[in-house]
Design a protein around this ligand. Sequence first.
Ligand code: AMP
Ligand code: ZN
Length: 488
Amino acid sequence: MEHPIKLYNTLTRQKEAFTPLNPPLVGMYVCGPTVYSNVHLGNCRTFISFDMIYRYLTHMGYKVRYVRNITDAGHLENDADSGEDKIAKKARLEQLEPMEIVQRYTLDFRNVMAQFNALPPSIEPTATGHIVEQIEMIEKILDEGLAYEVNGSVYFDVNKYNETDNYGKLSGRNIEELISGTRDLDGQGEKRSPLDFALWKKASPEHIMRWPSPWSIGFPGWHLECSVMSSKYLGEQFDIHGGGMDLKFPHHECEIAQCNAANKVEPVKYWMHTNMLTLNGKRMSKSTGNTLLPEELFTGDNDILDKGFSPTVVRFFMMQAHYASPLDFSNDALVAAEKGFNRLMEGITTLSVISPAKESTFDVNSWKESCYNAMNDDFNTPILIANLFEGIKAINSAKNDKASLTADDIELMRKTLTEFTFDVLGLKLETENSSSDKLNGVVEMLIAMRNEARATKNWALSDKIRDELAELGIQLKDGKDETGFTIN
Ligand code: AMP
Ligand code: ZN
């Protein structure tokens, strides 16, 4: 098959064959984080999903240039055209330079991504590093008559653009509905229509992140940076643009409008959107505070989980859902994921102790094919994982002499399993008997001894175990059925 991968294109609302513009090259742009606070697990889900897509495309032989930006200016509160810059606000509250905030949270983001074994993108450009290019793009849009200047600010003229193009084509909204749905927000007085969005904003005296431009000393609008950096590094037309589905409107709709206005071409061939990670059924989000930070998850230092979970188990948990389906976070789901992950790892190790037979009772070739079919069908990782477990079942049967595998098939299974598990899903074999595993084992043993002490009402001993562990920074958490722990 020439183009085996099919993916769901949000723009056409269809699953389409993936045919890159210039194979084997693939250009992929993903909207990165706004670095004004620690990334939460919801953000991580989106970036881990695109990491899996990047990994699979690379595995399939494509040469992917993966661009993921860092938003370090221009993103205002409430994602609107008025209010304080998110980064400047944090800098003011913490009495730091905005660039100190940017540095702190960029490092946090990179560190978290590395813990999740996400590969770094090929290019990680910043908004502040591309002010000149952003000014150039505004000039082009002004030249096309699709933007206008008012009091030092420049706005995109949505109605004018909509005369020849379709504002709303990605999100499926139409302009009349959008107008009737808008509220009168601050600063809209300058706009010809409430749908118009800022390309450049004149800085108010208190706005500290500011640059000179032909229109005023000010700063670029949030949507502009992605249009500028994607076309600069991937060309005016490129293959894949991704982000969380919350970015579809207005952010991605505005990106499309800006690129069409400036370059006169449809910028993106395939738009891909990830679904949300939820906590207690509600979207994980910085603004509502319904979040869990990666560190709280790894250490178990939170009110939701009985214990900590390793980054690779969390990644496995995320891969058990399709990237475009919602995923709810819970203790039970993570416990189940941990069991599944361990079973997968044990199965891979078992492979090396099977004695080869003359004939196989398991069709390894068609099993391998179904693994590829799953991934080729819009990167369906849950089906892939189900297939991997079919393989593990066969391996365990072969170990118990209930099935057999030839030496060639054992080798093919080893290759297929390791490629999908490690290269594509990006999971990591956790080194057994590492010191942290040993420590966990010791704490679990002490918990068991404490349970025995409690069963015989030896409260002095059970309290001693709990208190002395606490002194060492190990907190026991008595749950309904079992006792969990956190290590600080
Ligand atoms: P932000 O820094 O808020 O611009 O978000 C960075 C990325 O994380 C965007 O692509 C968002 O769509 C994505 N994102 C935010 N919240 C969630 C969530 N709960 N689940 C999945 N992705 C999310
Ligand atoms: Zn973006």
